[in-house]
Design a binder for this molecule. Structure first.
Ligand code: HXC
Length: 258
């Protein structure tokens, strides 16, 4: 399908999805999020794709939900359409690993979209924030929930209450991002991480994604039990036999997702 607000490139098992509304700092509107969900679902269905990278431009990953689109909406409208809720739910249903490659601004819904991905690699120019407070509203797609779980209450309160931006160093120190790289190296680093993931058994990567995500939704005891059972279930796969045999035979494993 031809897209207007995103660019999709599939190369060697990695689907690269680039948010592309340059005139609006990649602000998220119905059109863009709708296309993003279609592209992600296509990547999920495409057997060739083993890992997904979402990125923006050098200046902005995404500067939030489109304020111009939202400004005149009433409570009844945003409630009835559940503004961006269905899209966020659809993104969270993707089972293949998704890396966010963030350069420049990741604000409001942009920061929240990055947090919906499985991990964030950012450039040293990245700026994260939940500035919705300056608009007389608050975060609506995870900025008060995921951010709090990722960086803790004090910093999440600070970000959400003051609307200040967090630079890449602070984001790494706080655990919001997994790696910071020079801006010029961002895509190379993200794509190379995606290729590394693409080499693994997709059954195992899906299991990891489900298990780590489960840790945010359940108690430690339940999470540990879930992890243990998923670990055990992987012994039913041919990929487990292959992975362990390859180790003992001192060769690269050839996973077949079986
Ligand atoms: C619509 C946006 C936008 C946004 C930027 N633009 N952010 N349009 N929605 N969120 C547009 C600007 O209007 C402008 O277009 C163009 O992009 C360039 O932006 P400038 O402001 O001129 O650039 P700059 O001075 O460099 O400042 C960049 C910026 C600033 C710091 C990112 O644009 C900014 O503060 N943006 C808003 C960030 C924000 O509040 N995000 C939260 C949104 S609410 P024109 O045509 O006017 O020149 C949200 C809720 C999510 O995300 C939950 C939903 C359920």
């Amino acid at each position: 399908m031809a897209f207007e607000t995103i660019i999709v490139e599939i190369e060697d098992h990695v689907a690269l999805i680039k948010l592309n509304r340059p005139d609006a700092m990649n602000a998220l509107n119905d059109h863009l999020l709708g296309e993003l969900v279609v592209a992600l679902n296509e990547a999920q269905e495409n057997d060739k794709v083993r890992c997904i990278v979402i990125t923006g431009s050098e200046k902005a990953f995404a500067a939030g939900a489109d304020i111009k689109m939202m400004s005149d909406k009433s409570f009844v409208e945003v409630f009835t359409e559940d503004l961006f809720g269905p899209e966020a739910d659809a993104i969270m249903r993707i089972r293949k690993p998704i890396i966010a490659a963030v350069s420049g601004y990741a604000l409001g819904g942009g920061c929240e979209l990055a947090m919906m991905c499985d991990f964030i690699i950012c450039s040293d120019t990245a700026k994260f924030g939940q500035p919705e407070i300056n608009l007389g509203v608050m975060a609506g797609l995870g900025g008060s929930q995921r951010l709090t779980r990722f960086i803790g209450k004090s910093k999440a309160m600070d970000m959400n209450l003051t609307g200040r931006f967090m630079d890449a160093d602070e984001a790494e120190r706080s655990g919001l991002v997994s790696r910071v790289v020079p801006a010029k190296k961002l895509m190379e680093e993200a794509i190379s991480a995606a290729h590394k993931i693409a080499e693994k058994s997709m059954i195992a990567t899906a299991a990891v994604k489900e298990s780590v995500n489960r840790s945010y939704e359940t108690t430690l005891r339940e999470g540990l039990l879930f992890e243990r059972r998923v670990f055990q279930s992987l012994f039913a796969t041919e990929d487990q036999k292959e992975g362990m045999a390859a180790f003992m035979e001192k060769r690269e494993a050839q996973f077949r997702d079986k």
